[in-house]
Design a protein around this ligand. Structure first.
Ligand SMILES: Cc1ncc(COP(=O)(O)O)c(C=O)c1O
Length: 441
C-alpha cells in the first residue's frame, strides 16, 4: 500500500504510544497545514547551522526557561541530538561508560566517535521485568577504576524511572567525566512542580529531550541542552557537531513547532494541562486498583508512564487482548506488564476508554504469567567502531555460542540492545536468534 493510501485511511485506534499529541494540533493550529510555513533559509530567515536571529532568539529563550547554558533545536529527533553531543565531546579511543539501557542511537554514536566502550548495568526490578535506576555506589566504584571521558545514561527510563542525577553529576565531576543524560522521555520535567527536576537543573553537562514523545510536539522535534557548569569545552563545538549530522534544509514547521511547544508548556495553560493529566491518572489508578490491577509506583517514578499488570495475566496477553478487543495500543509490553504512555494530548476520554477496557480484560481469568529474565553482562569482543563493514559468515545456531555476533538483537520499542555487533553470543541470546546466525570473522 502506498504511504498516501495508508494515511488516507481512518486509523481507528486509541494510541498510548509516542507521539502523545493524538494526531491533533495542540498549540499551533497552523500545523494542520504544513505547507504554508515550509520555507528554506531564505533571505531574512535564520540559519539553523549558524543561528543569529529568530532561531537564535527561540533557542536562547528556551535555554533560559530550561536553565541551560545553551539549547539547540534539532528537527531530526533525539537520535541526531545524541550523535551530535557524543561527537562534540568524544575523541577516537576515548573510553566511555554507557548504561546498558541506552537507546540504540548511543551504540551508533560509539561507532561514529570510535570510542572504547565499557557497559554499565543499571539496577533491575525482577517483578516488573524492567531496568530501574543507576546505583550511585556502583557508578562511583566503576569511575574510580578508569578515566572515562563520558558517562551516558537514560533518565527517566522508558518506563519512567528516574535516577538521582544530582548525585551522579557530583560523582562524574569528581572523576572528571562528562555526564550526558538522555532525557528523551522527561521533556515535561521543567514545567510542573509535581514531576521531577530536570537533569539540567540537577547538574548534568548535556541532556537530550525528545519533544514528540510526551510533550505534544511533532515527530522529530528535539532539544540538545548544555548544562550551566559544563567545563573544559568550547560551546561552539556543539554547533559544529550538529552541523555534521543535521540536514542543511531544516524544517521551519518543525522549528516553529518546537518553539510553540516550549511556549505552551511554559504557559499557565500548559502547566494546567500537566496538572490535569496527573490528576486524571491518579483517579484512573485508584479506580482500577479496585479490580486487582497493579501499577508500578515508587518515589522516583514518573506517573505519566502507566505501567500496569494483573497477576495471572502476562503482559503479552494483556497487550494482545487490549488491541484485539478494543483497538488500544500500548507503547511496549513484556511478559509481566504493559506500558501506556501519556502526555500532552492524552485526553480524559482517552484515559476513560483505557480504564474501561482494562477493567473488562483483567476480569477474564484465562491467562498465564511468565517470569522475566534479564540479559547477561555483555561480553564485548570487538569495539563498536570496528564492527561496521566487517566480514561475516553464517553459522548454524548450534555453533553460535560464544561466537561474535554481526547483528543486534533489538526489540523496538524500546530500542535497547540485548546483543550488539561485536559482542559474544551467550546462552541467553540463543532463544532470540534464528537458525542462521551472522558471526564476524
Ligand atoms: C531513551 C530514548 N532516547 C532516544 C530515542 C530516539 O529518539 P528519536 O526517535 O526522537 O530520534 C528514543 C526513541 O525511542 C528513546 O526511547
Amino acid at each position: 500500500m502506498s504511504i498516501i493510501k495508508l494515511l488516507s485511511k481512518k486509523i481507528d485506534r486509541t494510541l498510548f504510544t509516542t507521539p502523545s499529541h493524538s494526531q491533533k494540533a495542540l498549540f499551533n493550529q497552523n500545523f494542520n497545514c504544513f505547507y504554508n510555513h515550509d520555507f528554506s533559509e531564505i533571505d531574512g530567515f535564520d540559519n539553523l547551522s549558524n543561528p543569529k536571529s529568530s532561531i537564535f532568539h527561540a533557542q536562547s529563550k528556551t535555554a533560559e526557561i530550561l536553565n541551560a547554558k545553551k539549547t539547540f533545536f534539532i528537527t531530526q529527533g533525539a537520535t541526531t541530538a545524541i550523535l551530535a553531543a557524543m561527537k562534540a565531546i568524544i575523541n577516537p579511543a576515548d573510553r566511555v561508560l554507557v548504561a546498558r539501557n541506552c537507546h540504540k542511537s548511543v551504540f551508533n554514536g560509539l561507532i561514529l566517535t570510535a570510542a572504547y566502550v565499557d557497559w554499565f548495568m543499571p539496577e533491575t526490578d525482577e517483578n516488573w521485568g524492567i531496568y530501574t535506576h543507576i546505583d550511585t555506589d556502583k557508578l562511583e566504584a566503576t569511575l574510580s577504576l578508569n578515566q572515562y571521558k563520558m558517562f551516558i545514561m537514560t533518565s527517566p527510563t522508558y518506563e519512567g524511572i528516574n535516577s538521582d542525577i544530582e548525585k551522579i553529576a557530583k560523582i562524574c565531576k569528581k572523576y572528571d567525566t562528562y555526564l550526558m543524560v538522555d532525557e528523551a522521555h522527561g521533556s515535561l520535567y521543567n514545567f510542573s512542580d509535581k514531576l521531577f527536576k530536570s537533569a539540567i537543573a540537577q547538574g548534568a553537562d548535556i541532556t537530550i529531550n525528545s519533544l514528540h514523545k510526551t510533550a505534544g510536539a511533532l515527530n522529530q522535534c528535539a532539544l540538545l541542552n548544555i548544562g550551566q557548569n559544563i567545563q573544559k569545552v568550547d560551546i561552539d563545538i556543539f554547533q559544529k557537531s550538529i552541523n555534521l549530522f543535521h540536514t542543511s534544509s531544516p524544517s521551519y514547521p518543525l522549528l516553529e513547532n518546537i518553539e510553540s511547544c516550549i511556549n505552551f508548556l511554559n504557559s499557565k495553560e500548559g502547566k494546567n494541562e500537566i496538572d490535569n493529566l496527573l490528576n486524571e491518572i491518579d483517579k484512573f489508578k485508584k479506580d482500577l486498583s479496585r479490580f486487582g490491577v497493579e501499577f508500578f509506583e515508587s518515589e522516583n517514578h514518573d506517573p505519566t508512564k502507566i505501567l500496569v499488570r494483573k497477576e495471572g495475566i502476562s503482559g503479552f496477553d494483556l497487550s494482545d487482548s487490549m488491541f484485539d478487543e478494543f483497538n488500544i495500543e500500548d507503547e511496549l509490553n513484556n511478559s509481566v506488564a504493559c506500558l501506556y504512555l501519556t502526555g500532552i494530548g492524552t485526553t480524559k476520554s482517552k484515559l476513560e476508554k483505557l480504564k474501561n477496557s482494562l477493567k473488562k480484560v483483567v476480569t477474564n481469568p484465562s491467562f498465564k504469567f511468565e517470569k522475566v529474565d534479564f540479559q547477561p553482562f555483555p561480553l564485548v569482543k570487538i569495539q563498536p567502531v570496528d564492527t561496521f563493514n566487517r566480514d561475516y559468515i553464517f553459522v548454524n545456531k548450534d555453533e553460535a555460542l560464544l561466537k561474535i555476533s554481526n547483528k543486534m538483537i533489538m526489540p523496538y520499542p524500546p530500542g535497547i540492545g540485548l546483543l550488539y555487533p561485536g559482542e559474544a553470543i551467550q546462552k541467553w541470546h540463543l532463544d532470540y536468534l534464528n537458525n542462521d546466525v551472522e558471526i564476524m570473522v
